[in-house]
Design a protein around this ligand. Structure first.
Ligand SMILES: [Zn+2]
Length: 330
């Protein structure tokens, strides 16, 4: 445990508590917020806006989201992935529901590592959602997917900016906004086919990080906690910050296999999903009511920061999580 008292400066209080090391309430998170909360809010409200039309894979709405993410990667100064000439990894697939061929793009940006550039850490979230579905008696037909998963995509963008500014990543970080997650982890499966999984030392996936968890504020939970020592490394790095990580409490939902982390985990990568949402009681999950206004911006910013601090020793090449254990044929 670190002996110095660390602070969390709540949003908007950055300056007032910068030099104040003694007045924090017990159990408050005490790490100064290094994530720019104004930009976080902009990402979230843009990606979850009606203009993006629910970001269904293969539609004009998700194309707007793709362009937004590309422009942000460019502004931040990320490079492209391996042989790709742009941030787009474009491919087509057959959509079983509509019986149509769909063209889709993962958006990938890279921050090259300093001393271990051939070792990759992936930071990901899906940017697609359910689109527009008209139902009788329902006034709103746009599934904005603010929590699911504009919040995670926001995290990817904020972490790209954070690590770029920091410049201390010894390993190469691959930032990916996956497409087609809602249609069956399509984008991450495609991504997985094109990589040498042994070069990927960890997978950090973000899903629904906008609501206060059942464990209380300043906490998150991790899927597949017991399948590698990734979670234990994060817990160790978060000691003394006031932010805690717990194992996924919703085992019966099989969440480890229901998000994009699974596509890499099946290849052996210790790839896990962070979430904060009490999914068993969440009324907005996969509903038109999953709107930006229902989310807690402080939870999002603090969780992004906790992911940055918690994964630091992996990003910096000091810790290498054990490979993932899969006990069932999935
Ligand atoms: Zn999702």
């Amino acid at each position: 445990m670190k002996k110095i008292t660390l602070f969390i400066c709540l949003l908007g209080m950055l300056f007032s508590c910068k030099n104040n090391h003694n007045k924090t309430a017990k159990n408050t998170v005490l790490v100064a917020l290094e994530i720019d909360s104004t930009t976080v809010k902009k990402h979230l409200y843009t990606l979850a806006s009606d203009e993006m039309e629910g970001r269904e894979t293969g539609t004009a709405g998700i194309e707007k989201a793709a362009v937004y993410i590309e422009n942000e990667f460019k502004r931040i100064g990320l490079s492209t992935f391996q042989e790709l000439e742009t941030y787009r990894q474009t491919f087509s697939f057959h959509n079983k529901r509509t019986n149509k061929e769909i063209q889709a793009s993962n958006i990938i940006g890279v921050l090259e590592g300093n001393s271990k550039k051939d070792e990759y850490v992936i930071i990901s979230a899906h940017y697609d959602h359910l689109g527009i579905r008209k139902k009788e008696g329902q006034l709103d037909s746009i599934y904005n997917g603010a929590n699911d998963d504009a919040s995670g995509a926001t995290g990817v963008l904020a972490l790209a900016e954070y690590f770029k500014k920091k410049g201390s990543n010894e390993r190469t970080i691959v930032f990916v906004a996956f497409t087609g997650e809602e249609m069956g982890l399509i984008g991450s499966k495609h991504f997985g086919k094109g990589i040498d999984a042994t070069a990927f030392v960890a997978g950090i996936n973000l899903e629904m990080i906008g609501k206060i968890p059942s464990f209380g504020p300043n906490t998150a939970w991790l899927t597949g906690f017991e399948r590698s020592d990734f979670g234990a490394i994060i817990q160790r790095n978060l000691e003394g910050t006031g932010y805690q990580l717990f194992p996924d409490p919703y085992k019966k939902f099989n969440l480890f296999f229901r998000s994009d982390n699974a596509s890499l985990a099946r290849l052996g990568v210790p790839s896990h999903t962070f979430s904060t949402t009490p999914i068993d009681v969440d009324k907005d999950y996969h509903k038109v009511s999953d709107e930006a206004e229902t989310l807690n911006m402080t939870v999002i910013a603090q969780t992004i920061q906790a992911v940055a601090k918690g994964t630091e020793s992996i990003i910096n090449g000091k810790d290498t999580p054990s490979r993932v254990v899969l006990d069932e044929k999935k």
